[in-house]
Design a protein around this ligand. Structure first.
Ligand code: NDP
Ligand code: ZN
Length: 351
């Protein structure tokens, strides 16, 4: 079978591989819709998680199950399924500790396009199919469903990590597709004021749609000054980092009030350290919590994403600005994610 792969750091291309095989608890799927992720861009062009050779890219997919192992009970061949970006092994000690994202080691629940071939191939492998795949209702369109495996769950996780409470003033730093779902997540959790930081009009318009009350343009000067001015020098109760450079961590510490929480879902691709400003962190004593997390995955989480869409609590269709047809277009879609044209939020490839 063919697949679009990371050949080595900085280089991508099409390769031939054997079709994957299913162990007793696994499934083999063919992709129906896939989307490239900014994380694929970090992985390939920044080499952020180290060298990977001839690894098929992609971890956001809606698939059709073509084969299941002998012990798979709930998932059946022919099912249309949401395939989460995070597909842990559900039988490890890390699961008992409550962090399935790190089942088997730090970030090891993220398998596709990290530690095994991803979804930009004619077929792909899913471990522990009954625990990792959610059956997609027929009436949810593929390009909308394609926002569930990663964009929705990650953006919402930003709002969970930041522990948004009813009426909170929240800042969302970065309003690409992930940050936009953080805005939607903050809104769902009952935020009062939602201040977003971005630049491109297409993302700003979408941010307002999802609940942003105030917009700060990071190209208009220091975002800390702008946010402090907007809040009458008080700062925000909670911050979500979903874009920007390591200095976003320092910015978040500066704008968040003592006792507040910073939720980071950004994938910092470069550098050895992240800055925490000493005085703004109360010389270490400000009770400002910084939490960073890989997005939750697995079947139950995807079923929750389905419920949110099915019941019109969130409309992820606003994220999808470009739709391609055919697996071969995953290359163009990934390059688009890398180059970020001004009218792009998120591309989807229908297969
Ligand atoms: P995008 O690149 O589409 O969005 C980034 C956003 O940050 C844009 O709104 C951009 O503004 C803004 N931005 C850029 N520079 C700055 C700056 N200096 N200060 C403030 N804002 C800035 O990314 P995605 O939404 O696709 O993904 C966001 C991050 O989440 C990525 O790092 C990605 O790898 C990561 N990620 C993490 C996951 C997890 O499990 N934790 C899962 C999936 C993704 P503009 O475009 O207008 O210039
Ligand atoms: Zn991703």
């Amino acid at each position: 079978m063919k697949g679009f792969a990371m050949l080595r750091i900085g280089e991508v291309g099409w390769i031939e591989k054997d079709k994957p095989t299913a162990g007793p608890y696994d499934a083999i799927c063919r992709p129906l819709a896939v989307a490239p992720c900014t994380s694929d861009v970090h992985t390939v062009w920044e080499g952020s998680i180290g060298e990977r050779n001839n690894m098929i890219l992609g971890h956001e997919a809606i698939g059709e199950v073509v084969e299941v192992g002998s012990e798979v009970k709930y998932i059946k061949p022919g099912d249309r399924v949401v395939v989460p970006a995070i597909t842990p092994d559900w039988d490890t000690l890390e699961i008992q500790k409550g962090f399935h994202q790190h089942s088997g080691g730090c970030l090891a629940g993220w398998k596709c396009s990290n530690i095994k071939d991803g979804v930009f191939g004619e077929f792909f492998h899913v471990n522990h199919a009954d625990m990792n795949l959610a059956v997609l209702p027929n009436d949810i369109p593929l390009e909308v469903a394609a926002m569930m495996p990663d964009m929705m769950t990650t953006g919402f996780h930003g709002a969970e990590l930041a522990d948004i409470q009813l009426g909170d003033t929240v800042a969302v730093l970065g309003i690409g597709p992930v940050g936009l779902m953080s805005v939607a997540g903050a809104e769902l959790r009952g935020a009062g004021r939602i201040i977003v930081v971005g630049n491109r009009p297409v993302t700003i318009e979408a941010a307002k749609f999802y609940g942003a009350t105030d917009v700060v343009d990071y190209k208009d000067g220091d975002i800390v000054e702008q946010i402090m001015e907007l809040t009458g020098n008080k700062g925000v109760d909670a911050s979500i980092i979903a874009g920007g450079t390591p200095s976003a961590v320092a910015d978040a510490v500066k704008i968040t009030v003592p006792g507040g929480t910073i939720g980071n879902v950004n994938y910092f691709g470069e550098g050895d350290t992240l800055p925490i400003p000493r005085l703004d962190w109360g010389c270490g004593m400000a009770h400002k919590t910084i939490r960073g997390g890989l997005t939750p995955g697995g079947r139950l989480r995807m079923e929750k994403m389905i419920e949110l869409v099915k019941n019109n609590r969130v409309d992820p269709s606003k994220l999808v600005t470009h739709v391609f047809n055919g697996l071969e277009k995953s290359e163009e879609a990934l390059m688009m994610m890398k180059d970020k044209p001004r009218d792009l939020i998120k591309p989807v490839v229908i297969i």
